[in-house]
Design a protein around this ligand. Structure first.
Ligand SMILES: [Fe+2]
Length: 436
């Protein structure tokens, strides 16, 4: 049985909420409708939205105090985990607890320094041998357009299929760390298996090479898991079911339930894959004051981000600035409490990797006259699941043709580059990840 409502949505028999599996025509009306429905659902619990938000704020204040105290003691806020401990299964209980609490980590010595520096040199050889800088036509997307980035010079290379990237993605050490990180999540719940923590689907992304002396405006605080679909599609409504019932205690940001099947709204900012962690591997030394990554290291801050738009100071037809085809902003205007916790990564060296929970707020600090290079290969953890298998089929086609993957602008620089990574170069991890 389906019930229709004025905007044309149907009421989900699974969530009891109106849902839109594609972007609604009248967005402000649909936003007003879903907000009213969630608000009513929360009030059925006997508490108001204001009371639920107050509970979240109390939790956040404790986390912020803990983060501030760590900073005041001169300690790193981000946990630092040695690759050797991951490989040996000897990560300390304290570090495991901190990883879950902060939702982010640096893996120290993930690769040998010499290996990472070789990959950095290989990237340079790859782009220079193919005259990339002469052919580069400028940034092709507006992904970061609203966040104040200066992208006129190619610091982000829209390159996906170099041997360096493929070797890093398919390296046994990468598979080991991804499995470790995936296993921080609950992959089976509600009587279902949501993903396979031991197999990664090799989500291909770009490279950043930011040269010495660079001045960059950085990227504002934002998050990447989605936009209005997080409130409006049935799958995400199921994923966030506890929040939408006002039961913050039951909401577990590490439970993957329903989200590996949830529909997403298309857009140039979209990630088609389910990533347990976003991440990158450092190919150069980067001190933590040189325009590096910051996070709000509180995974459960998502509860605040999801319910904050229901408060009365947000216009009925708005969702704290979240719009389709734009990055999800975290702003002083609506999220000031969260931005108190913004914390930089520790200094990193070539071969270290950096990881953060896919729902966490992050930013890239501005830098003037950067000291040294700032070079990374973006490699997340994207475990095998229904959603990632579907995307892996598109990735396989892009890999074989040398095209840009589906989630990225159609630049296709590498299609006729003779020295891109070839199918016969793939190891077992690579073949499995691409479904070959
Ligand atoms: Fe991002």
């Amino acid at each position: 049985m389906t019930t229709t409502v004025p905007t044309g949505a149907t009421i989900s028999p699974l969530t009891g909420l109106p849902h839109w599996e594609t972007i609604p025509d009248d967005l402000p009306a649909a936003i007003a409708e879903i907000k009213a429905a969630i608000k009513a659902r929360i009030e059925e619990s006997g508490r108001t939205v204001t009371e639920v938000i107050a509970e979240i704020e109390t939790f956040l204040e404790e986390e912020i105090a803990d983060i501030s105290a760590a900073k005041a003691r001169g300690e790193e806020v981000w946990p630092v985990i040695d690759y050797a401990d991951i490989a040996a299964g000897t990560v300390s209980p304290e570090n495991l607890a901190l990883l879950k609490r902060r939702g982010c980590a640096v893996v120290r010595g993930h690769f040998d320094r010499a290996q990472a520096e070789q990959w950095d040199a290989d990237v340079v050889d790859y782009v220079e041998s193919n005259h990339f800088f002469e052919k580069y036509a400028g940034p092709a997307d507006d992904f970061f357009g609203t966040l104040g980035a200066e992208m006129s010079k190619p610091e982000i290379y829209p390159i996906y299929w170099s041997s360096a990237q493929m070797e890093a993605r398919t390296h046994p050490r990468m598979a080991r760390v991804q499995a470790f990180l995936n296993s921080q999540w609950t992959h089976a719940s509600e009587g279902r298996e949501w993903f396979d923590p031991d197999t990664d689907t090799l989500y291909p992304d770009r490279i950043r090479r930011r040269p010495p002396g660079a001045t960059s405006g950085g990227l504002g605080t934002h998050l990447d898991p989605g936009t209005l679909d997080l409130w409006m599609t049935e799958g995400y409504q199921q994923h966030f079911r506890h929040l939408f019932a006002g039961d913050v205690a039951a909401y577990d940001p590490w439970d993957a339930a329903y989200r590996t099947e949830a529909a997403q709204y298309p857009g140039s900012t979209m990630c088609s894959a389910f990533r347990t962690f976003q991440g990158w591997t450092a190919l150069s030394e980067m001190d933590n004051d040189q325009g590096v990554l910051h996070t709000v290291p509180i995974p459960k801050a998502m509860a605040y981000l999801m319910l904050r738009p229901l408060l009365d100071d947000v216009p009925a037809g708005e969702m704290c600035g979240v719009q389709p085809n734009r990055t999800f902003p975290a702003s002083e205007k609506y999220h000031a409490i969260l931005l108190q916790a913004v914390s930089a990564i520790p200094d990193v060296k070539p071969g270290d990797s950096v990881w953060w929970h896919c729902d966490m707020i992050h930013s890239v600090a501005p830098v003037t006259d950067q000291q040294g290079w700032g070079n990374v290969i973006y490699i997340p953890a994207a475990p095998k699941c229904a959603k990632n298998d579907e995307y892996a089929a598109l990735v396989r086609e892009a890999f074989l043709s040398g095209n840009s993957p589906y989630d990225f602008p159609e630049e296709h620089y590498e299609a006729d580059w003779p020295n891109r990574y070839a199918e016969q170069d793939l190891n077992e991890i690579g073949r499995r990840g691409l479904g070959l």
